[in-house]
Design a protein around this ligand. Structure first.
Ligand SMILES: Cc1cc2nc3c(=O)[nH]c(=O)nc-3n(C[C@H](O)[C@H](O)[C@H](O)COP(=O)(O)O)c2cc1C
Length: 439
């Protein structure tokens, strides 16, 4: 998210969470996971995980399935000093009222600011999934589901448009809900680091998951709220306020969270592991079964047709276009001597268009139109030596150019999609339709 996470700091913390959530259950399954972080440097893979039999089961594994990020108002119940103490192995815990009040103010102001800057709000809106259907189709991002939100959607109060428009009723309702939620916070946690390297960020993610599993074990709820730690220009006053309160000079506030007692909430939606693996494989995405996919595919094919036609036409003599070239090529490939009517049928064009094409080709000396010996009235088209030479030169020129393209393009991937395209073509060819009536 380039606007709200300009240095990929938060996404890296998220990856740290993921890695720890891999390591902990593996330990319960009898595997010791060794992580080699950024084994090929900062631009390569984030981690290489090696699973080996052994190690000790991590007791936090017991809480994996119950862990939540609880984005709800918390009960007016204080967090005891005893429980806070158990969490201090992972983070700072703030339970004294003056600090809690300050943090409610800083975090809410930061959240409100982000919601009122169009570019930062829009970035989140694009990741919002409105209702069950969208959530199921893309179970990532910010899921807006459940009976209350779904009924607000039905009433038209909660929608993508409304969330993008601070003047809309839906937006204002959302702000109210969030403000009440921030106010209903009896305690906060914060995590700071001396350094701010990728490895520091991964380590923070791992620590956050351990903290969250421990809060789960203690019956506490935890809600990450990151806005005041974000690094974009407008956020500076809140960023500075958070750092002044929570960090020593030179330290970075990496995570901030609300802590308290929230309601039971459903688990955040997840991609099925098969889909995640397919995405990581980068050759297959999650199956997109929407009919809109067809619009997108046909649009791509249409644009490709135009672009590849332009490549051909750039190599043809002035006044000759791809359709003329097609007819000439057809004649050269052993179908010489055909009547205009037969050619029109072969190319599925009206006879008048074909007559025009043949006239152009004849005027250029690329074909000859001779009388048809069978009936004496119609003509037959015969390619001339000049026509053959023109085709040969154009094909050679194109082949040279394609040779250069082949060096740049992923030819293996293109080879892989060829049968898919051929099947699609055969399917549509079998089911050609007549023009539908205008309605
Ligand atoms: C680095 C990081 C920052 C997050 N910041 C916020 C936030 O500001 N507000 C929020 O509601 N959730 C925040 N989340 C929580 C996510 O929205 C999301 O709920 C979570 O990553 C999905 O898994 P979970 O709900 O099972 O924990 C953050 C998560 C991570 C890892």
């Amino acid at each position: 998210m380039p606007h709200t996470d300009p240095f990929d700091r938060q996404i890296t913390i998220g990856l740290g969470c993921f890695l720890e959530q891999t390591r902990i259950p593996a330990s319960a399954d009898g595997y010791d996971v060794t992580l080699d972080l950024y084994p090929e440097g900062p631009d390569g893979p984030v981690a290489r995980a090696t699973f080996a039999k052994g190690g000790n089961p991590d007791p936090l594994a017991a809480h994996i399935m119950n862990r939540r990020s609880v984005k709800e108002a918390f009960a007016n119940t204080p967090v005891s000093g005893e429980k806070a103490e158990k969490l201090r192995q992972y983070c700072e815990v703030h339970i004294d009222q003056p600090t809690v009040n300050l943090l409610i103010d800083i975090t809410w102001q930061a959240q409100r600011l982000e919601m009122n800057i169009p570019r930062t709000m829009q970035e989140s809106v694009e990741w919002m999934r409105f209702g069950k259907a969208e959530i199921n189709a893309s179970p990532d991002g910010i899921a807006l589901g459940g009976p209350l939100l779904e009924s607000m959607m039905l009433a038209g109060i909660l929608s993508r448009e409304a969330q993008s428009d601070p003047k809309s009723q839906g937006f204002k309702e959302g702000v109210k809900v969030w403000e009440q939620m921030f106010a209903a916070t009896p305690a906060f946690v914060s995590m700071t680091t001396d350094g701010n390297t990728r490895k520091d960020q991964i380590e923070v993610g791992a620590r956050w998951v351990r903290l969250n599993l421990t809060t789960t074990a203690l019956g506490l709820s935890l809600h990450p709220i990151s806005q005041a730690a974000q690094e974009y220009e407008e956020m500076k006053p809140h960023f500075n306020a958070a750092h002044d309160l929570l960090a020593q000079d030179g330290q970075t506030v990496q995570m901030l969270g609300r802590l308290g007692y929230g309601p039971n909430t459903p688990r955040a939606p997840r991609w099925h592991w098969r889909q995640s693996c397919a995405m990581a494989d980068q050759t297959k995405g999650p199956p997109d079964t929407s009919p809109f996919l067809l619009f997108e595919v046909f649009t791509e094919i249409g644009i490709l047709e135009q672009l590849s036609r332009a490549l051909l036409e750039a190599r043809l003599p002035d006044g000759i276009i791809a359709s003329h070239f097609g007819v000439l090529n057809h004649l050269m490939r052993g179908r010489d001597g055909q009547t205009p009517l037969k050619l029109a049928r072969a190319f599925q064009t009206p006879k008048t268009s074909m007559t025009h094409t043949l006239k152009v080709l004849e005027q250029r000396g690329l074909i000859e139109l001779r009388s048809n010996p069978d009936d004496g009235r119609s003509k037959q088209a015969w390619i001339t030596d000049a026509g053959r030479a023109m085709i040969a030169a154009t094909i050679q020129d194109l082949a040279d150019h394609y040779g250069k393209l082949a060096q740049d393009l992923d030819m293996q991937a293109l080879g892989d999609i060829k049968p898919v395209l051929a099947n699609l073509r055969a399917y549509l060819d079998d089911r050609r339709e007549q023009k539908t009536e205008n309605r």
